[in-house]
Design a protein around this ligand. Structure first.
Ligand code: SF4
Ligand code: SF4
Length: 622
């Protein structure tokens, strides 16, 4: 009788679970396939570190992360126990008296205590502390799930105190099993579904941050227009979100009071998919305005603990808009500049030639030169950033590095790619690849982090692979390998480190495309400390910097029309709060944005580019 009852309850619980999972599987399976398992060793390693060891969860929020990890490890550890109890309840087999099971049960006791401690901590945090990332209201569903988990652990521990076969023991067992069945029925429709899918999502997440596979125009791909265009990984992501809000609180657009909220983007995707709105325009699901507020800084997907990728959705939707001629007006002007003059400013190439001649740069020749210096749009035309490049040339010459430049350069295509103008990006990229190949370039140095990402990672998607380094990385390695200009005072013949007796107090603004995308955070700091700088770290630094606001084409947006504060103003205040009077930058666009914020604030902060800082301390004696 009880076995029959258990069968009925089991089939109801499992049936409810299976029906809801099947619906989600169907939605994912109906999508264009965007799953990839390239670079398996990287994926396996990340799976072990971020899923099994829960590194990312613990690293970002140590206390809450550890408590969450206790719950996750307990969930895994209890899988065998739950299976054995189900077999027993269903009358299939009773393994509960086996010696190994007794030992296994004892081994689960510390797990049960840890899960209990973890869930109580998380419940208190959610219900009473209520961090902003978790939303303004307490979710009843979360409270119910937490109580379920606590009940499971308490009933498990209680079973040790109860004599088998007594009414109390039977009641305890039934409560335990019924809670598991209710849990199963509840989780697919809740954020706790991540317990099941997040290991898969983390494994399937691209090894490359902000991975945007090329559109294939021969297959008439135009980007994402409607809900039905969302790829399989994007759909799986939508069902994995745990609503932790890490993407939200780390998003500079959200932080500056704009409407964009990456967590909302994922939850809106989930709703649209579950509501079956396959023909709805994505610009309606998210709102067109919001799609243009993203700087492509990558903080959201870099912070997400469950492997969700926001940028393919955001930029994919931009592609869909651009293909229909729906880009914002300010981008129209930039696209025209790229089309007519192959640079974002729309300036004539004679100006680049003048700079190249004035700086006495040679055209790259693989027989003569070790490395190509890629100037980029800023280096080719922006007088301010050209000062930084002159510093780089001076350092390279001082270290006898033989370098040249291309006779002509187009924009690398980053502003076109990140704003969704894939056709223009491919035109620019293919032209540059042709020229780089024809010139026989094997190694590139550039002072623009966007060029590092685009030429290094996006061009690889055309099969073109070249070694490219940001100048901070190249110069640091150069100085380290030559053992010169160290703080020990060792000097180059004829050159001296003109360090002042007092260290310079500086703060360093990590560019998103250097610190976060390229993961290069030590080298700029090593250069600064090598020359006596006393670095004051700002809030949001290293591989999780706060964006300057220029990325994703927003350099050209009308700042007066932006809702909320300017991202650059928020960042400038964070830098000012360090108390350092000098801000060191390492990206032309960060420099433009932050100097603009400084002018608006009327502050007297000094800005210095990293290469200028280094060169200033390597000047020959007069
Ligand atoms: S890439 Fe940056 S700006 Fe865009 S949604 Fe993510 S965190 Fe926000
Ligand atoms: S997308 Fe990721 S980081 Fe953002 S709320 Fe969902 S789980 Fe958290």
């Amino acid at each position: 009788m009880t076995t029959l009852l258990f069968w009925l309850l089991f089939l109801s619980g499992v049936g409810a679970f299976a029906a809801q999972v099947a619906r989600r599987v169907q939605i994912v399976a109906a999508a264009p396939n965007t799953f990839s398992i390239d670079d398996l060793p990287f994926r396996i390693n990340r799976f072990l570190v971020d899923v099994v060891l829960q590194r990312r969860t613990i690293r970002e929020r140590p206390a809450a992360g550890l408590m969450h990890a206790f719950v996750f490890w307990g969930f895994v550890a209890f899988a065998g126990y739950t299976s054995v109890e189900f077999l027993r309840g269903l009358g299939v087999a009773d393994l509960t008296h086996a010696a190994w099971f007794e030992r296994y049960k004892l081994a689960l006791v510390p797990f049960a205590c840890a899960v209990l401690a973890g869930i109580v901590y998380l419940l208190i945090r959610r219900a009473f502390v209520r961090p902003i990332a978790l939303g303004t209201h307490v979710s009843i569903e979360s409270v119910v799930i937490a109580l379920f988990i606590a009940t499971l652990m308490i009933t498990f521990l209680l079973a040790f105190r109860l004599t088998e076969g007594t009414p109390a023991e039977r009641l305890n067992w039934w409560v335990h099993m019924l809670v598991i069945l209710a849990f199963m029925a509840l989780i697919p429709a809740s954020k706790h579904f991540h317990l099941v899918v997040s290991p898969i999502t983390v494994f399937l997440k691209s090894p490359e941050l902000g991975n945007l596979p090329n559109l294939d125009f021969e297959k008439e791909q135009v980007g994402l227009e409607d809900v039905k265009d969302l790829g399989s990984k994007m759909r799986l992501d939508a069902f994995t979100c745990v609503e932790c809000g890490r993407c939200q609180v780390n998003c500079p657009a959200w932080g500056a009071g704009k409407e964009l909220n990456p967590k909302a983007i994922i939850l809106q995707t989930q709703d649209a998919l579950l509501d079956g709105k396959t023909g709805t325009k994505l610009a309606e699901v998210y709102s067109e305005k919001v799609l243009w507020q993203c700087t492509t800084c990558g903080a959201c997907e870099n912070q997400c603990p469950v492997g969700i990728e926001h940028l393919p959705i955001l930029i994919g939707s931009r592609r869909g808009l651009v293909s229909n001629g729906d880009a914002p007006e300010y981008l129209g002007a930039m696209y025209l500049n790229l089309e007519r003059r192959s640079n974002i400013w729309g300036l004539g190439y004679d100006q680049r030639t003048k700079f190249v001649q004035a700086a006495q740069l040679e055209t790259f020749d693989p027989a003569k030169h070790d490395v190509l210096v890629w100037l980029g749009c800023a280096g080719s035309f922006d007088a301010d950033f050209q000062k930084s490049l002159r510093s780089l040339f001076s350092i390279l010459r001082a270290k006898s590095v033989k370098f040249g430049v291309l006779a002509r350069e187009r924009c690398n295509g980053d502003p076109a790619k990140r704003t969704g103008n894939e056709y223009m990006f491919q035109e620019l990229a293919n032209g540059n690849i042709e020229d780089l190949k024809a010139a026989g370039v094997k190694k590139i140095v550039t002072s623009c982090p966007h060029c590092v990402k685009t030429i290094g990672a996006d061009y690889a998607k055309f099969g073109y692979r070249v070694e490219i380094a940001h100048s901070s990385v190249f110069v640091e390695e150069l100085l380290r390998d030559s053992g010169s200009a160290s703080l020990s005072g060792e000097r180059e013949p004829g050159r001296s480190a003109t360090r002042s007796a007092e260290p310079s107090v500086v703060t360093f603004h990590d560019p998103c495309y250097l610190g976060r995308y390229a993961g290069k955070t030590d080298e700029p700091r090593a250069l600064l400390t090598r020359f006596g700088a006393d670095i004051r770290e700002p809030e949001r630094n290293r591989d999780n910097p706060y964006c300057c606001g220029a990325g994703g084409g927003l350099l050209f947006a009308d700042k007066e029309e932006e809702p909320g504060s300017r991202i650059s103003d928020v960042r400038f205040k964070q830098l000012q709060a360090t108390g350092a009077t000098t801000v060191v930058t390492a990206c032309p666009f960060c420099s433009i944005m932050l100097k603009g914020a400084q002018a608006s604030a009327g502050a007297d902060t000094n800005f210095v580019d990293l290469m200028t800082f280094v060169d200033g301390r390597l000047q020959p004696r007069a």
